[in-house]
Ligand binder design. Structure first.
Ligand SMILES: [Zn+2]
Length: 457
């Protein structure tokens, strides 16, 4: 979920291989009646329409994942239809360390063998908290294992259910965050196809323009400023690049910016980019302790001077997706790092024009993660596995055979071909970026996901 500058070699996430066939589903209580309490605010179309419900969870049994025992909760129903077209799940343990956890979806609550895993599970388990969402693509069969097809365009919901799985059965809650903005007719009728070129999906045009509010938070430490000039004007080259990217036909989201400052000794430099820990200097700590500067109806972007864990990370999102409207969780926000964007400018100076353009691409990219987009292809290339690429059909990807210098990673230049399997380097959600290389391409299916996010109105 982080964006990395080109010369930086990432530490790859350990991929968990889950085997859900071991599960004793018949032990679960399938009859639980779960009432989704709507606390939606529907004051016209100039604010997001979101309903949230937080429920405590009790483990009711155990099963084995990769040889390790996991507890599981009862199955909770999910509503997904044209007037509740997207749901996010935020699953949290209220303790300092937490254990591994993940959600598992069920296609049909009356069929105990219909369990399937969502895209998020294939990139590793959450620690202390976890997010998931549905749908991850127009064609859900492309995002799940085993493949299932779930529609969000019907007038009533199919009997979707979810249960929650975790290592340490204490202090658990799950929050359901639903968008209650009814699908536009063209969003409802939208069809997608497999990419057949690098240009696939780039020429769509949605009928209506939507809005996203963004709250920029400059994280300063007294006179040590994250950026020397903290006006929107000073960042206009970056902010305009982001607006241009999202204003394209396949997206059509207008961005409204506001800004504020945070004076913090503890978070002007980030030493640990994980959200597992909430100590000073960690990303999880930044997000959990600074909710007073956040806006619940906006995407909160922390502008931080530097990260010192790797030194090459441009930005990082609290999750894929981040929990919309929830402030003060381990995953509540996006951070971008000014120093990583420098090529010729010096610390303390404004960024150059090209460096600001890269900052705009980073903001677009991290916002894409927070709103639910994965990398079109992960750093090691498309292997055909669910976890090696995004769950969308119309995005071009890049196979590992394009790794011409054989360093094990696919660079933007190695993925700048013209076909569906040798490109993606120009896409906003490519895993790495570099100064002077535009990456503003966004496909219609990516735009469809962005437009359905609960924060978009
Ligand atoms: Zn990324």
């Amino acid at each position: 979920m982080m964006r990395i500058i080109q010369y930086f070699l990432p530490i790859l996430l350990f991929l968990f291989s889950l085997n859900c066939n071991n599960k004793k589903s018949e032990e679960k209580n399938e009859d639980l009646v779960f009432h989704l309490l709507l606390d939606a605010y529907m004051n016209g179309s100039n604010v997001p329409c979101v309903s949230t419900q937080t429920v405590p969870l009790e483990p009711i049994g155990t099963w084995t994942v990769g040889g390790n025992p996991f507890f599981y909760s009862e199955t909770l129903p999910i509503s997904l239809h044209r007037s509740l077209p997207m749901v996010q799940l935020f699953f949290e343990q209220n303790n300092t360390f937490g254990g591994a956890l993940f959600p598992v979806f069920y296609e049909n609550r009356s069929i105990s063998s219909s369990g399937f895993l969502n895209r998020d599970v294939f990139s590793g388990l959450g620690q202390g908290s976890s997010t998931s969402m549905f749908p991850y693509g127009k064609d859900t069969a492309y995002a799940t294992d085993p493949a299932v097809s779930i529609l969000n365009t019907d007038s009533i919901s199919s009997p979707l259910g979810v249960e929650f799985n975790l290592e340490i059965p204490v202090s658990l809650s799950a929050t359901f965050i639903s968008s209650c903005k009814t699908l536009d007719s063209d969003e409802m009728e939208f069809q997608t196809n497999h990419a057949d070129s690098a240009d696939s999906g780039l020429y769509h045009f949605w009928q209506t323009e939507k809005n996203l509010d963004v709250n920029l938070i400059f994280v300063n430490n007294g006179p040590d400023l994250a950026y020397p000039d903290q006006t929107l004007t000073a960042l206009s080259v970056a902010l305009n690049r982001w607006k241009e990217n999202y204003s394209q036909g396949p997206v059509r989201i207008n961005i409204n910016f506001s800004s504020t400052t945070l004076d913090s000794v503890e978070y002007s430099s980030i030493y640990d980019l994980s959200t597992s820990f909430i100590f000073p200097g960690t990303l999880g700590g930044l997000f959990t302790t600074t909710s007073y500067v956040g806006k619940p109806n906006a995407l909160n972007v922390f502008i931080v001077k530097e990260e010192l864990q790797y030194g090459g990370v441009l930005g990082v999102s609290g999750g894929i997706p981040g929990p919309a409207t929830l402030l003060g969780t381990r995953q509540s926000g996006v951070a971008v790092f000014i120093e990583t964007h420098r090529l010729t400018s010096n610390t303390g100076q404004p960024l150059t024009h090209d460096e600001l353009l890269l900052l705009g691409e980073t903001m677009s990219h991290e916002a894409g993660h927070f709103l639910g987009l994965w990398h079109v292809v992960e750093a090691f290339g498309d292997t055909g596995e669910v976890g090696s690429r995004d769950p969308l059909r119309d995005t071009p990807v890049c196979g590992i055979w394009n790794d011409l210098n054989q360093d094990g990673f696919l660079s933007v230049l190695e993925c700048s071909g013209f076909g569906p399997y040798d490109s993606g380097g120009r896409n906003m959600m490519f895993w790495s970026g570099m100064v002077g290389f535009a990456q503003g391409q966004i496909t219609a299916e990516q735009g469809w996901i962005l437009r359905l996010n609960p924060l978009v109105y």
